[in-house]
Design a protein. Sequence first.
Length: 108
Amino acid sequence: REGMYRCVNEVGGTGGAARVKGIKVCGKTGTAQTSQRKDHAWFIGFAPRENPKIAICVLVENIGFGGSYAAPIAGFCIEQYLYGKIIRNEKQLIMHAETDTSTSGERQ
């Protein structure tokens, strides 16, 4: 649980795009390599950290890194589920995807 919290909330964590203001989100990003196409991006997580109300798994095929593509989608879903609305705007999702958040651990 602590590692999943740190992945999303610590500086340099690959799951930072899943952060939701006012909610302690926990999660893990990943990248599944394919032999002929772009890698699959994934994120698994839950929120809030204590007494979770939602568990989520996002898989985006043939797109790239989990932290860049799947984590922001998970953040939007968590936000919608727990707040009943999306607070941040779609530009934040696009801007994060354009900034590669991969680490050497995601590309082994």
